[in-house]
Design a protein around this ligand. Structure first.
Ligand SMILES: Cc1cc2nc3c(=O)[nH]c(=O)nc-3n(C[C@H](O)[C@H](O)[C@H](O)COP(=O)(O)OP(=O)(O)OC[C@H]3O[C@@H](n4cnc5c(N)ncnc54)[C@H](O)[C@@H]3O)c2cc1C
Ligand code: FES
Length: 276
């Protein structure tokens, strides 16, 4: 895997809402090879208070710019929003694996929770650029409230089927996004056992756990989140349990193996993940 680490110039910082903003970074090398599902690690050059860089999914990669979209969460994400165009930041990437591309003509359902949206929008736009039929793409996007839901105008402009939900009902359907998705999948599958879509999901762990249950026996690929102390495979701090695969000789006898979200992931087959 090729990865680049360098000081990148901040092209622009755009506020999307009180809680979400977008950072456009001048990273031509990363932008030229990034794939949907991969992420970058960011580190502020002058910040001594935090040892570890922070991981963010790649939202877009085009014209030498890597775009990421961030929710203000703790110290570093709040600091990132205050950066000015022209200032510099350490960027390492692209890191991790990526979503595998679906075979042509399958119905594709994306299930995004909050800032899980960026890698899924990246994938949807790539599929459309490659000629995937727009009427086969269904984007389900959920967030806590209207101020955390973003990407809606861009996604609707792509012409795909778009459904949104918020926990508090401030926009879209009230409730978790997995609910309308579950209803839709059941409706499509009733009396039509040949209907086997592919699901791609990214969001907080409780949402992904629900999604994996909704997608029982349906191919489903999830981009997992984990605390990432190092981000490049050396500390094991991001390890998750993956079901045992008898072909692997290195696994232990406990019925699972450990996989690093930063290295073997962040994308995993939902049927392999053991939820804690
Ligand atoms: C592969 C990957 C992709 C990601 N992509 C995005 C993205 O596109 N946009 C975005 O806004 N965020 C994304 N995140 C989450 C983002 O990395 C964290 O929100 C960020 O590191 C928080 O940094 P902070 O200094 O602001 O908060 P901190 O002060 O470090 O954290 C505040 C609190 O949150 C906890 N915490 C921090 N990071 C995580 C985490 N990853 N999971 C669970 N709890 C955590 C800390 O333990 C602490 O209690 C991603 C995470 C991963 C692993
Ligand atoms: S974060 Fe250190 S191994 Fe993944």
């Amino acid at each position: 895997m090729i990865k680049h680490s360098s000081l990148a110039r901040i092209h622009s910082v755009i506020s999307l809402s009180k809680k979400i903003f977008t950072l456009n970074l001048e990273c031509p090398q990363i932008a030229s090879i990034a794939q949907p599902g991969q992420f970058v690690q960011l580190k502020l050059p002058d910040d001594q208070s935090s040892i570890w860089p922070r991981p963010f999914s790649i939202h877009k990669a085009a014209d030498e710019i890597v775009t990421i979209s961030i929710k203000k969460f703790g110290k570093i994400t709040r600091l990132l929003e205050t950066l000015k165009s022209g200032s510099m930041i350490n960027v390492t990437g692209p890191l991790g694996n990526s979503f595998s591309m679906p075979p042509p003509d399958r119905e594709i359902y994306f299930a995004a929770g909050g800032v899980g949206l960026p890698p899924l929008q990246f994938l949807a736009e790539k599929l459309l650029r490659q000629g995937y039929p727009v009427d086969k793409l269904h984007f389900y996007s959920g967030a806590r409230s209207a101020e955390e839901l973003f990407g809606d105008h861009e996604l609707q402009a792509l012409g795909l089927d778009y459904v949104s939900a918020t926990d508090d009902g401030t926009t879209g359907i009230k409730g978790y996004i997995t609910e309308p998705l579950s209803v839709e999948l059941t409706r499509r599958r009733t009396g039509n056992e040949d209907f086997i879509p592919i699901i791609y999901g990214c969001g907080p762990e409780p949402m992904l756990k629900k999604l994996a249950a909704v997608c029982y026996k349906i191919p489903c690929f999830l981009s997992l989140e984990a605390l990432m102390p190092c981000g490049w495979g050396v500390c094991n701090g991001c390890a998750v349990k993956i079901k045992k695969n008898d072909n692997l000789v290195t696994e232990d006898e406990r019925g699972f193996r450990l996989a690093r979200v930063c290295k073997e992931g962040p994308v995993f087959d939902a049927s392999e993940v053991i939820w804690e």
